[in-house]
Design a protein around this ligand. Structure first.
Ligand code: PGA
Ligand code: ZN
Length: 441
């Protein structure tokens, strides 16, 4: 099974759909499946399933296009992951054990190559990476509470209003906090006149609000209603997903201003929010093409906040390398289907860790019940996971798998919690939040 995104980046690998067909409104994948059972099968049947790197290399070569548009990234990723599972099964390994093995094999080849880039790279962003990538780790979850943008009928301009339970001391404690806060948020919404609010694609509430800051206020209120401390126990993240309101070099945010904002004005706005709210992470604050805007926000906020490139980097080694060289962002979202093979995904993850960029393994808005990314994030010790809210079974499948892994791996897997940010971001942020500051006094 492979996932699918609604708010895709332009530079992502291409998902092949049947299109032009009334059947499934054109969303069928008969051609992609045919590609697997014919061309792809003839190219890889008989190869060694334990050699993931070689199989992925063959798949990329066979497709032959830069964005996997000929055979389809969905066909290729399904095969790539299928091979990993086949290898695990043949040797009686669990998925997490097999991914850990592949991750360690890949490390030997790649880290050497990343060394020179790291030497050239200036020291912006996060530098204390602790155990990241070194051992199996249960991740710090980044959890959707309120949804907007393309995931909730554009009721709000920004796409995700998330919580990060940075103060929890284990994954299972983090999970309990997330569920409590989500349920309290439901009550807070009702009390404030948003009764009957439905949920968005990723399970976050989709209330009709006038402004984006109102959503942040609601999330802060829900954290407090759960008797937790905003900032110290639970921080806030936003996925601005700004590519999707970027037009002609400007950002259209009617709730903020009737005329479109320049990158600088948007950065001013976000900087103001970072001062007022316990915000610790900003994803896609600038658009996928706006390198200058990205550079600006990295200079202004890069030592205080995790700046995550999603549409910007699309899990692509070349784009992430360009970002590192240009000194933009300090974190990267990792989505298997943005790039289309397991090996390429791991290479991007490795490049990030080797250069002090924090990886966040992520689901898509269109998910399946497959929980592979839960195993992947633990196996690679990537440190953070973003899979939506604590509602909808395709989300809970991942959270539940993490509970199982926590139980079965025991002390073989560590947990960094908020320490994943090292000293730079996390400690700078937390003491500042007060209700008065939030009200702008
Ligand atoms: P998508 O959204 O799967 O619709 O791209 C997820 C995200 O933007 O992080
Ligand atoms: Zn995103």
């Amino acid at each position: 099974m492979v996932p699918s995104g609604a708010s895709t980046g332009r530079f992502e690998a291409v998902e092949l759909r049947d299109r032009g067909d009334l059947r499934l409104e054109g969303m069928g994948v008969r051609q992609a499946v045919r590609n697997v059972s014919t061309e792809i099968a003839s190219a890889i049947v008989g190869l060694d399933a334990d050699d993931q790197a070689e199989i992925d290399r063959r798949l990329i070569e066979l497709d032959g296009t830069p964005q996997k548009s000929r055979l389809g990234a969905n066909a290729i990723l399904g095969t790539s992951l299928g091979v990993a599972y086949a290898s695990a099964e043949a040797r009686g390994l669990s998925a997490v054990a097999r991914f850990h093995e592949i991750w360690n094999e890949a490390r030997r080849n790649v880290s050497q190559a990343n060394q020179s880039l790291r030497d050239r790279n200036s020291s912006h962003g996060v530098t204390h990476l602790n155990d990241l990538g070194q051992r199996m780790l249960l991740p710090l979850p980044m959890v959707n509470m309120i949804s907007g943008g393309l995931h909730a009928g554009r009721q709000l301009e920004f796409q995700d209003f998330l919580i990060l339970p940075v103060g929890a001391t284990s994954y299972s404690q983090a999970f309990e906090w997330m569920v409590t806060i989500y349920r309290r948020l439901g009550r807070v919404l009702t009390e404030r006149g948003h009764e009957g609010t439905l949920i968005g694609d990723e399970g976050g509430y989709g209330p009709k609000l006038r402004t984006n800051d109102e959503a942040i206020e609601l999330v802060v209120a829900a954290i407090e209603a759960a008797e937790l401390k905003p900032g110290d126990d639970v921080a806030i993240g936003l996925d601005v997903a700004s590519t999707h309101f970027f037009e002609d070099g400007h950002y259209r945010l009617p709730s903020v201003s009737s005329s479109p904002l320049s990158a600088e004005q948007l950065v001013d706005l976000l900087e103001n929010w970072v001062a007022r709210y316990p915000i610790i992470s900003l994803e896609d604050p600038l658009a996928e093409d706006d390198w200058a805007g990205w550079r600006l926000i990295t200079e202004r906020l890069g030592n205080r906040v995790q700046l995550v490139g999603d549409d910007l980097f699309v899990t692509n080694v070349a784009r992430l390398r360009e970002g590192i060289e240009r000194g933009v962002a300090n974190s990267v979202l990792i989505k298997l289907n943005q790039i289309g093979t397991l090996s390429e995904t791991l290479a991007t993850l490795r490049l990030a860790i080797d250069n002090g960029y924090l990886p966040v393994v992520s689901a898509r808005s269109g998910e399946t019940e497959d929980a592979t990314i839960a195993d992947l994030v633990v196996a690679t010790g990537a440190g953070q996971l973003k899979v939506g809210s604590v509602a909808r079974s395709e989300r809970l499948a991942k959270y539940n798998q993490l509970l199982r892994l926590e139980e079965t791996l025991g002390t073989h897997a560590g947990y960094l919690g908020g320490e994943v940010f090292g000293s730079a971001v996390y400690r700078h942020r937390t003491p500042k939040f007060t209700r008065d500051a939030a009200r702008g006094r």
